[in-house]
Ligand binder design. Structure first.
Ligand code: AMP
Length: 259
């Protein structure tokens, strides 16, 4: 498993891979972008990529541009050794793990902006967040040049925006959605779950249980608030129910398809 730390080094490796078989088109490159602190949700994306690709690339980059809260960025979990273990176990060929200055040589003067979907749900409470996401994903796509890229439905709004960007800019790759992996009690797996206290962790599965069962989004909000959650939003859109809540300073999101 190769570990590459700069866009330049990655490109050189990518070219070598292409040479091995003569031309790029014959190698299917499956790409899973992440911010590390890997869990079984990430592993399910890697498994899907492994099954559909000749070469699997994982990126690990905690992208400063997508954090609107500096405290959240500072406290984002880092579990490098464990990430390497999961990557090896899932048959990853290369990890791209750049540093921020190498990804933003322009100092983030250039960015990708979307003006509609990015202003609602998480976009409403996290200004600039989706500009940061779209910009870094565009950069990663240019460097990695994948055939297919895998994104979790856990971050459904992000998935929709990335699909929209790929269409808008005629990017030559396919976006593959992967269903949300949950703990046995229903809690959506998330790197941020590591930051919950044992009491918060015990209460967190109620988020999923309530949004699945409540008769309306207003009812779900009422129940969540009655159980002490600080609700950012609960909204029904396009046959899905979306939720974001704070548990202490940790913000958790989830979404489910409505029956
Ligand atoms: P992150 O490291 O949180 O930026 O996530 C990297 C990728 O993993 C994104 O496409 C996420 O949607 C996906 N992901 C995160 N959690 C889960 C989960 N519980 N199930 C499926 N995919 C997930």
């Amino acid at each position: 498993m190769k570990i590459l730390e700069t866009p330049q080094a990655f490109r050189e490796w990518r070219e070598e891979q292409a040479k091995l078989v003569g031309f790029v088109a014959s190698r299917r490159v499956g790409f899973v972008p992440t911010m590390g602190a890997l869990h079984e949700g990430h592993a399910s994306l890697l498994k899907r990529a492994r099954a559909q690709s000749d070469v699997v690339v994982l990126s690990i980059f905690v992208n400063p541009a997508q954090f609107n809260d500096p405290n959240d960025f500072q406290k984002y979990p880092k579990t490098w050794e464990q990430d390497l273990e999961i990557a090896r176990r899932e048959g990853v060929d290369a990890i791209f793990a750049p540093r921020a200055p190498d990804m933003y040589p322009d100092g983030y003067k250039y960015k990708v902006t979307e003006n509609e979907v990015s202003t609602v749900l998480c976009g409403a409470s996290r200004p600039g967040h989706f500009d940061g996401v779209l910009s870094v994903v565009m950069k990663l796509f240019q460097i990695v040049q994948p055939t297919k890229a895998y994104f979790g439905e856990k971050d459904y709004q992000q998935l929709s925006l990335i699909r929209g960007m790929v269409d808008a800019f005629f990017l030559p790759l396919e976006i593959v959605p992967v269903e949300t992996m949950r703990e046995a009690d229903g809690l959506a797996m998330s790197s941020r779950n590591r930051r919950l206290t044992p009491e918060q962790r015990a209460q967190a599965p109620r988020i999923y249980q309530i949004i699945v069962k409540a008769s309306s989004s207003d009812e779900a909000r009422r129940q969540l608030e009655a159980e002490g959650f600080k609700v950012d939003y609960v909204l029904d859109r396009e046959n899905r129910r979306f939720v974001a809540v704070f548990m202490g300073e940790v913000r958790l999101i989830d979404n489910v398809e409505l029956q």
